[in-house]
Design a protein around this ligand. Structure first.
Ligand code: ATP
Ligand code: MG
Length: 175
């Protein structure tokens, strides 16, 4: 999978619409402290279906919405879009996640309303996702070293692209 574009509106410090083209070979983001590097990586994890507010450094998921500054009022919603090419598919995928205060998250794939699970499956099958080892956030290296065997196995399965099978099995077992 090749992530080609990331668009943010009202997400954390990115209050104004930002549209980033992600060229092949990008491996890192540099900039002064507090400029929003970690927020960008979190936006990518969030649009892929991250459910843990804590891992987004918030108390609740609405904390991803621009909270306002001395000069600008807070926003009512945050939206992140990612455009990706799947290797085995010609079509581009545009995945959008939006959260409104008091209304929770909604997802769209190529303009169609979908469930969070559909987004998770789309990324799991492409061997990436909110918990992909391809996204290395601050403090993560230490966490990998200290991980229990079961947790490390989950990372390997995600890297191997079989995490989607587990999601489908759990789904089937619930029916
Ligand atoms: P460092 O180099 O220290 O790791 P960084 O570039 O990773 O910095 P981030 O952690 O991405 O910086 O951004 C931090 C900034 O984002 C802080 O100024 C913080 O106030 C701002 N921020 C986070 N959440 C929100 C929010 N909901 N609304 C407005 N600003 C926010
Ligand atoms: Mg940071």
């Amino acid at each position: 999978m090749q992530i080609k574009r990331l668009r943010l509106t009202g997400f954390k410090s990115f209050v104004d619409p930002a549209d980033l083209r992600i060229e092949p070979g990008l491996t890192g983001i540099v900039g002064p402290n507090g400029c929003g590097k970690s927020n960008l990586l979190e936006a990518l994890r969030w649009v892929m279906g991250e459910t843990s507010a804590k891992s987004m450094r918030g108390a609740g998921m609405e904390d991803v919405i621009f909270a306002g500054t001395a000069t600008r009022p807070q926003r009512d919603f945050a939206e992140v879009a990612v455009v990706a090419d799947l290797d085995d598919q010609q079509d581009e995928l545009e995945i959008i996640r939006r959260i409104e205060r008091g209304a929770g998250s909604a997802y769209r794939i190529n303009g169609r309303d979908v469930r969070a699970k559909d987004v998770a499956l789309a990324f799991a099958d492409a061997a990436t996702g909110a918990h992909s080892p391809a996204l290395v956030s601050q403090g993560r290296i230490g966490a990998i070293i200290a991980a229990k065997p079961g947790e490390r196995r989950a990372m390997l399965e995600e890297a191997a692209g079989i995490a989607g099978l587990h999601v489908r099995r759990r789904d089937a077992e619930q029916k």
